[in-house]
Design a binder for this molecule. Structure first.
Ligand SMILES: C[S@@+](CC[C@H](N)C(=O)[O-])C[C@H]1O[C@@H](n2cnc3c(N)ncnc32)[C@H](O)[C@@H]1O
Length: 245
């Protein structure tokens, strides 16, 4: 899998953007993610974890409390540089570029986390990534794909969920301003131009199966969007894979 530089979304994430409306939003978002991820990476553990599409990774040190090694990868070089600089003192954490990602040894990772990323990946990119995750995961490893959006989701459900999260965490006014800015920003334009991948539950389970995984739908999403879906997948055995083909 080549580094996803050709995807226009990477340029979007590589530049300053207004996805988070203020610091309170950033903190509340990553507090929520870290809390939700404890189920898969409990503190005190010694797992080897890859956070794929880690973004600003504000919760990385807390997540690393459950890891022998936490690998962080993001396709946007500016994001990686910021994260690398901020977390340089934490020896449990390794920030990878595309080359480092592709050189991870086979069957060396316990958990791959992909939270709020697949919507920015073209389907063939996701297929390539599934091959990579399949190679690097241990036989009993887990792939967690979260924040997957069903194409039937009305826009007001997403908006209501964002505003409810903002109200609960004390940044409602800023969030309302952020929605107005978003409406006039290049994010909407980019969604139309570059695509915004959404999957029905069965479609995602099908993608996982084609990538050699047996997937299940988790009872709750990871992160603030309760209406979005999360999936846990395990590698199919060779026999099960052959039987499925
Ligand atoms: C919405 S943020 C999610 C960040 C973090 N996972 C979270 O849940 O807060 C999406 C991130 O995915 C990254 N990304 C988008 N497309 C990617 C791809 N094809 N490969 C790896 N990272 C990607 C972006 O650069 C961005 O930092």
């Amino acid at each position: 899998m080549e580094e996803a530089r050709v995807n226009p979304w990477i340029d979007f994430w590589n530049r300053p953007n207004a996805i988070y409306v203020n610091q309170r939003n950033v903190d509340a978002h990553f507090d929520c993610i870290v809390r939700d991820l404890r189920e898969f990476v409990p503190p005190g553990g010694t797992k080897v974890v890859l956070d794929f599409g880690c973004g600003e990774a504000v919760g990385a040190s807390r997540l690393a409390d459950g890891c022998a090694t936490l690998y962080l990868y993001d396709a946007a070089p500016a994001v990686r540089d910021r994260v690398r600089e901020r977390l340089a003192g934490d020896r449990r954490i390794k920030v990878l570029d595309g080359n480092g990602l592709h050189h991870l040894p086979a069957a060396s990772v316990d958990v791959v986390l992909v939270v709020s990323v697949v919507q920015y990946m073209a389907r063939d990119e996701l297929s390539d990534a599934l091959r990579l995750w399949h190679r690097i995961l241990k036989p009993d490893g887990a792939l967690i794909i979260a924040d997957v959006i069903d194409p039937a989701t009305p826009i007001h459900v997403d908006v209501r969920s964002q505003l409810a999260f903002a109200r609960k965490n004390g940044f409602l006014v800023a969030a309302l301003g952020g929605l107005v800015r978003m409406f006039f920003s290049n994010y909407r334009d980019l969604r139309n131009r570059a695509g915004f991948a959404m999957y029905r539950q069965e479609e995602m389970l099908g993608m996982l199966r084609s990538g050699g995984f047996e997937g299940t739908v988790l009872p709750r999403n990871i992160g603030p969007g309760a209406h979005r879906k999360a999936f846990r997948a395990r590698k199919l055995t060779k026999q099960a894979r052959a039987a499925a083909e």
